[in-house]
Design a protein around this ligand. Structure first.
Ligand SMILES: [Zn+2]
Length: 204
């Protein structure tokens, strides 16, 4: 359930912004997508990176101490970014420098997930991908494969999403999977590799 709104202060212009905070939540009815994005209706995502409504700059909400509103305003806004916004955010924040590896990993995962939201997840049939967006997505996914992902099936899935089907298939063929659920996911990934399909898909 939501708690009192959190009050953020823009580090660039000082503008205050109220966002949602959660007292508790649960993952009941959560959906898991093949790019490892989890969407839980009872645990809404509160964006780690927020956009200032006044100056338009982006900032990590975790870089400031949490201050909460003392009125009953629940701050319905969670500040979730679209892919075009996340692209801007990533450019600005990487130029300024991340304070640690965690920030960079989280920002890059957000960039990956918002691309999939924008082109596939929120549109049943998907839409044609802009060339610049595609190269940003691809370069970023390669970084994630190298620096973040340890799981073989997920690695194959990320290669599939950026169209590197041979790499994806070769990883899958060299895995020994004993878990039935993981085996099913790997089969779904393999099926899509063979169809040259790059779209993210719902696992459960
Ligand atoms: Zn601002």
């Amino acid at each position: 359930m939501p708690g009192p709104a959190q009050i953020l202060t823009c580090p660039y212009c000082g503008e205050k912004k109220k966002i949602m905070s959660l007292l508790s939540g649960n993952t009941f009815g959560a959906k898991l997508w093949s790019d490892n994005k989890k969407i839980a209706p009872m645990l809404p995502e509160i964006s780690l990176i927020q956009k200032c409504p006044e100056c338009g700059k982006y900032y990590f909400r975790t870089r400031q101490e949490a201050v909460f509103s003392d009125d009953d305003d629940w701050g319905p806004d969670s500040g979730v970014l679209t892919f075009p916004e996340m692209k801007e955010a990533f450019m600005q924040l990487s130029e300024e420098g991340f304070i640690d590896a965690n920030e960079e990993r989280s920002a890059r995962m957000m960039l990956h997930h918002t691309f999939n939201d924008y082109y596939y997840r929120n549109i049943p049939d998907g839409k044609p991908v802009n060339d610049d967006d595609w190269s940003i997505f691809k370069e970023n996914a390669l970084w994630i494969i190298e620096h973040v992902i340890t799981d073989g099936v997920l690695k194959a899935e990320y290669y599939r999403e950026i169209g590197m089907m041979e790499e994806a298939l070769s990883i899958l063929q060299n895995l020994t999977i004993t878990n039935e659920f993981v085996k099913k996911v790997a089969e779904e990934v393999a099926k899509r590799i063979k169809k040259n399909d790059r779209k993210v898909f719902l696992i459960r």
